[in-house]
Design a protein around this ligand. Structure first.
Ligand SMILES: NC(=O)c1ccc[n+]([C@@H]2O[C@H](COP(=O)([O-])OP(=O)(O)OC[C@H]3O[C@@H](n4cnc5c(N)ncnc54)[C@H](OP(=O)(O)O)[C@@H]3O)[C@@H](O)[C@H]2O)c1
Length: 271
């Protein structure tokens, strides 16, 4: 990856995290170039990391990997105002909802494009990212994009672009579901007499511990749950209450609503 130049168009939160991830992996600052409309942001990035500054078109000309790290509202303007170098560039978009077909329309039909869907924990290096590549992306380019996204957490490939709508519903929006659950637990813990501080510490650490345990264990979540649930015990009382109130059905409806909204939003931006 070290003879590759990676250029970022857009120097906001996501670009910052990706750059930090690359540097932590030993990627050379001199091989990273960044452009943004906000010069102040660029100066901060340059003095903090020693990376190079440029404009959008210079990045399109020089970088082997062009990361589109701007908001979806400006991505069309950015794409239609750049012309990529030869055939060797790879474009990685992190813009939610912008389809490969649209990016191909704006950048040229045979452009190698990877669409990615990171989530907000990427900002602290704990992201979960879904990746989809069009048919022009080579194996080496796929490895590069995966290494880029793995710098801010983990990433997984999906076979069909339509799966990106489900990725959006699962991991893109997912952090908010866990926050909502934690919020609800905190409200009840307070009602049941715990101080906010005590409740918060216990709830945050429990979420972290449960996720870590699930990741480190060879047991499925069903089995892990069974191990905490002794017959007639406290956990069983709560689980029975959740099941009686159709928690699974609520989750199914919520994720399906998010998936459908993702499809709807993509259709709107396709018009
Ligand atoms: N943040 C996340 O956790 C997250 C998660 C998943 C996906 N994403 C995706 O990542 C992308 C970037 O998100 P972000 O949170 O990093 O946004 P951000 O902080 O707003 O960064 C975008 C940057 O691009 C700049 N910009 C605007 N127009 C430009 C242009 N024509 N040329 C060059 N730069 C331009 C913006 O400048 P101004 O501020 O001056 O406009 C801003 O500095 C979005 O598409 C978003 O959907 C983000």
């Amino acid at each position: 990856m070290n003879n590759t130049t990676i250029g970022f168009i857009g120097a906001g939160n996501m670009a910052n995290s990706l750059i930090r991830g690359l540097l932590a992996k030993g990627f050379q600052p001199s091989s990273i170039i960044v452009a943004d409309v906000d010069n102040e942001k660029l100066e901060v990035l340059s003095s903090e990391y020693g990376i190079r500054l440029a404009d959008n078109q210079s990045i399109a000309r020089e970088a082997n990997v062009v990361v589109l790290a701007v908001k979806p509202q400006v991505i069309e303007e950015v794409c239609t105002n750049i012309s990529l170098q030869a055939d060797s560039s790879l474009v990685v978009s992190v813009a939610a909802g912008t389809t490969v077909a649209l990016l191909e329309k704006w950048l040229g039909n045979s452009t190698a494009i990877i669409r990615s869907m990171p989530n907000t924990p990427a900002l602290i290096g704990k992201g979960a990212t879904g990746l989809f590549a069009n048919k022009f992306v080579s194996g080496k380019q796929k490895d590069l994009a995966k290494a880029l996204m793995d710098g801010v957490g983990i990433s997984v490939w999906v076979e069909n672009e339509s799966d990106m709508d489900t990725v959006t519903a699962v991991s893109g929006s997912g952090p908010a579901y866990y926050f909502l659950f934690m919020e609800a637990m905190q409200e009840t813990a307070a009602e049941l007499g715990l101080s906010d501080d005590v409740a918060q510490q216990l709830i945050y650490q429990t979420a972290l511990g449960a996720a870590d345990l699930a990741m480190q264990s060879t047991d499925s979540t069903v089995e892990l749950r069974r191990k905490v649930t002794s017959p007639n015990g406290t956990t069983e009382a709560a689980i029975k209450s959740f099941e009686a109130d159709h928690l699974r059905e609520l989750v199914r409806k919520a994720l399906t609503a998010a998936r459908d909204r993702s499809i709807e939003l993509a259709k709107k931006s396709n018009k």
